[in-house]
Design a protein around this ligand. Structure first.
Ligand SMILES: Cc1cc2nc3c(=O)[nH]c(=O)nc-3n(C[C@H](O)[C@H](O)[C@H](O)COP(=O)(O)O)c2cc1C
Ligand SMILES: Cc1ncc(COP(=O)(O)O)c(CN)c1O
Length: 200
């Protein structure tokens, strides 16, 4: 098969390629170039999707942070599987990745939590993400309570931390004329990757 994977699709591995595309998106997207739709399934197999921010790419994994008691956390912990999707409208490109997911090593979550601004650290303590909330004032009172309790140095809450998605399949898509888009799928094959061009 002729290898016609060139230009914006050229890379040694899919994570290098994703980094290149994220860098370009960082220059052209008005907001949140690292935002990705995170898809999970519930216990009945019904899908769910919401946006999270990609915070790291390392050792074959994509890292994001959330509340471990949220709806998504229940679905992630239960199934151990997830998919993510980036769509950069400014670039007319899309990347998707799917694979297994697990909680991040606690020390790494501690380090990331410590890098967040104080308001966001207190917010992580205050928010019972995905559970019903009486009103905005109740949330603000909880933030004030946490500020009084922890002052300037809140530790990472036990209910908050990272997940690492380890994709075994990623697809890179770029817009083409007449809907004849370019698509390349990377599938993990032991220690390497098999790349296949797909029809648009
Ligand atoms: C641009 C954007 C980025 C977001 N990033 C995060 C994130 O990194 N972590 C997070 O927990 N929620 C994030 N959210 C909120 C989630 O989309 C979602 O509302 C929340 O996590 C609750 O989801 P769940 O009930 O499925 O657990 C973000 C929302 C938007 C629109
Ligand atoms: C609820 C929530 N938690 C975590 C994050 C992750 O980003 P950050 O650490 O930059 O706040 C976001 C980003 N929008 C968020 O909305």
């Amino acid at each position: 098969m002729a290898d016609d994977r060139q230009g914006i699709f050229a890379a040694e591995d899919p994570f290098a390629l994703l980094r290149n595309w994220l860098e370009e998106a960082g220059r052209s997207e008005p907001n949140d170039p690292v935002a990705m739709a995170l898809a999970t399934v519930d216990a009945t197999g019904l899908p769910n999707v919401r946006t999270v921010l990609l915070k790291g790419i390392a050792d074959g994994g994509l890292t994001f942070y959330t509340n471990y008691q949220s709806r998504k956390a229940g679905e992630l912990d239960n199934s151990g599987k997830a998919a993510v999707l980036f769509h950069w409208k400014s670039l007319r490109r899309q990347v998707r990745a799917r694979g297994t997911v697990s909680r991040q090593d606690p020390a790494a979550s501690d380090a990331y939590f410590a890098s967040r601004d104080l308001g966001s650290r207190l917010g992580a303590w205050a928010s019972q993400q995905s559970r019903p909330l009486q009103d905005r004032a109740t949330l603000e009172a909880r933030v004030a309570e946490m500020a009084a309790r922890f002052g300037e140095n809140p530790p990472r809450p036990p209910h908050w931390g990272g997940y690492v998605l380890r994709p075994d399949c990623l697809e890179f898509w770029a817009d083409g004329a007449n809907r004849l888009h370019d698509r390349f799928e990377w599938v993990r094959d032991g220690d390497s990757w098999r790349v296949t061009r797909l029809n648009p």
